[in-house]
Write a protein that binds this ligand. Structure first.
Ligand SMILES: Cc1cc2nc3c(=O)[nH]c(=O)nc-3n(C[C@H](O)[C@H](O)[C@H](O)COP(=O)(O)OP(=O)(O)OC[C@H]3O[C@@H](n4cnc5c(N)ncnc54)[C@H](O)[C@@H]3O)c2cc1C
Length: 542
């Protein structure tokens, strides 16, 4: 193919602008490659920019500096147990553990990003598995980044959190777990005034500054539409819609697909996941990377999986007239439980958020039905209502109009179309065991997110019901990758010149989520490796 076939030629094209993409772009540039980042949305940062920004990176130097001991062997033992034999390529687990500390050190030494330890333990600490770290563990978070001061011309071009109610807009995730002191309030006011962004947005902004310093080109509102392959099947370019034109961009060294999962593509969700799981991510992740990789002949993996979290809807929070999924609230509070439309509990309500939604999709082969397909309900008493926020229902404030409540469990059941005797019997059984501090049905008193769950009888009316749905932070299946992020070819070998990272790729952990930061952790680590590999290979004559 001759140069006249291209509208632009670079060494490496990075598709997407989340964490995996921007780390890959950094590394490719540092290997001396000319890099172009193309982002479909008019804003930069993807899901990463709205995220809590936790990054699970075992055995890293920030932990060591904070006096938290860790080792490769411990981290590997833990992640292997969490994956429980279902990692798409178990050899990549060791590659992850080896590369995680190296990547973090590199980012600290070569980009404006700085980090601190989040106060999170490994999520399966109560299970007591070999190698787990209790609080504080292996999760780091980027320190707040002064967008207003350092990137004023980009302040309206980086994704903002939007309508998500949870996760403070100016707090770090670490601060979300701390009491609000006057000093903290003053600091948060300063951040708001000066546009200092925390969490995932801090990571994105710091990486962006690094890329601008490296003269990396960034095209916003420029979706990649198609891969261009040569006769041998190598990926040599991308068709990008840019400034209203179909632009053929040649890639002398490679193309990194880091354009998120397929959570906003309903057909793909129903095909691969098999049931309706509601996405919390910004909306650009429609499986374009998966479609392009499939067309090029990629071997796929892990496509039945997603990063889960239950979600709820608040009628008072809408976008374009539609309610927007919100993180759940109050699940696992002592006098709170979740039931299906038959009034039955179906899982330990204190489970990690990645695991709980998977129970909505189970098939009951005795009765040949999907009993938890919905509607499902979180039921709680006035003790929970008075103590914790549930959506815009705030402790100490009057109930919003949409609140569903009743003075008895039977009455509440009738209001939500559950057979009253079924719900009454579920609550009676729960209460009887909870009075002894136990949950023999689901072991909630022993296991839960970060610690054993708690159980207490639901005694104090009024009783409340809020609908709860399976939701996701993103899907995590797609093309299988090598240790350097190269896309594997169906039938053997790789698709030369094609890489995938982050939620576009078959997630290295499979369906498993070791702790807060598990998704950005492996996305950035394999983005790092893909960027080095793509950036350092010889340029092709395309
Ligand atoms: C509220 C919230 C909090 C979270 N908190 C955490 C956390 O603390 N820790 C953690 O590890 N995970 C967290 N997650 C999950 C995590 O944010 C995502 O799994 C992760 O950021 C995905 O990163 P990525 O780089 O793969 O893709 P993304 O960050 O989603 O970026 C993909 C980008 O690709 C773009 N794109 C899509 N198609 C195209 C195309 N054809 N051409 C060009 N660009 C395209 C998209 O517009 C998007 O900007 C959270 C998620 C949410 C929603």
């Amino acid at each position: 193919m001759s140069a006249s076939n291209w509208d632009r030629i670079v060494d490496v094209v990075i598709v997407g602008s989340g964490g995996a993409a921007l780390v890959a772009a950094t590394m490719a540039a540092d290997e001396g490659a000319e890099v172009l980042v193309v982002e479909k949305d008019e804003l930069l940062g993807g899901t990463t920019a709205v995220s809590g920004g936790g990054i699970w990176l075992p055995n890293n130097h920030v932990m060591a500096e904070a006096g938290i001991p860790d080792s490769k062997d411990a981290a590997l033992a833990y992640i292997k147990r969490v994956c429980d034999g279902r990692a798409p390529d178990p050899e990549l687990l060791e590659v992850f553990v080896d590369t995680a500390p190296e990547m973090l050190k590199y980012l600290v030494e070569h980009t404006p990003a700085t980090f601190h330890i989040q106060p999170l333990p490994d999520y399966y600490t109560p299970w007591g598995w070999e190698g787990h770290l209790p609080r504080p563990g292996r999760t780091v978070e980027a320190n707040p980044y002064p967008v207003g001061e350092r990137l004023p011309e980009w302040r309206d071009k980086i994704v903002k959190r939007g309508t998500l109610m949870s996760l403070g807009a100016a707090t770090t995730l670490t601060e979300d777990f701390m009491p609000r002191t006057p000093e903290m309030e003053a600091e948060l006011a300063r951040r708001e005034a000066e546009d200092v962004r925390p969490k995932g947005a801090a990571l994105i902004a710091a990486l962006l500054e690094g890329l601008l310093n490296r003269d990396v080109s960034i095209w916003l509102s420029s979706p990649a539409k198609d891969l261009i392959t040569d006769e041998a099947g190598s990926a040599i370019g991308v068709v990008v819609e840019h400034d209203g034109n179909r632009t053929r961009v040649g890639a002398r060294k490679g193309i990194v697909l880091a354009c998120g999962g397929f959570e906003w593509n309903r057909d793909m969700v129903m095909t691969h996941l098999g049931y309706d799981v509601k996405p919390l991510s910004p909306g650009g992740n429609t499986g374009d990377g998966l479609a392009m990789a499939m067309k090029a002949g990629a071997q796929l993996g892990n496509t039945t999986s997603y990063w889960g979290t239950p979600v709820m809807f608040d009628p008072d929070i809408t976008r374009n007239g539609e309610m927007v999924p919100q993180f759940e609230w109050g699940r696992g509070e002592p006098s709170s439980l979740v039931v299906n439309q038959k009034g039955k509990r179906f899982a330990n309500e204190a489970l990690p958020y990645n695991d709980f939604p998977k129970a909505f999709g189970v098939f009951d082969n005795t009765n040949h039905e999907f009993p938890n397909a919905g509607p499902c309900w979180q039921i709680f008493d006035n003790v929970v209502r008075s103590k914790v926020r549930v959506l815009s229902m705030l402790p100490g404030e009057p109930d919003p109009e949409w609140a569903i409540k009743a003075d008895s469990i039977a009455e509440l059941a009738s209001m939500i179309d559950i057979e009253p005797s079924a719900l009454v019997s579920t609550v009676e059984r729960f209460n009887e065991n909870a009075a002894n501090g136990e949950d023999p049905d689901f072991e909630r008193h022993r296991k839960g997110l970060m610690g054993p769950g708690a159980v207490k009888p639901l005694t104090e009316g009024p009783f409340y019901a809020v609908r709860i749905y399976p939701g996701m932070l993103g899907t995590n299946g797609g093309p299988m990758i090598t240790q350097d992020g190269e896309v594997r070819l169906q039938g053997g070998g790789v698709i030369e010149g094609l890489y995938a990272a982050g939620n576009t790729a078959a997630n290295v952990f499979g369906w498993a989520y070791p702790s807060g930061g598990g998704t950005i952790g492996n996305g950035t680590v394999f983005g790092y490796r893909a960027g080095i590999h793509a950036g350092s290979r010889p340029a092709r004559d395309i």
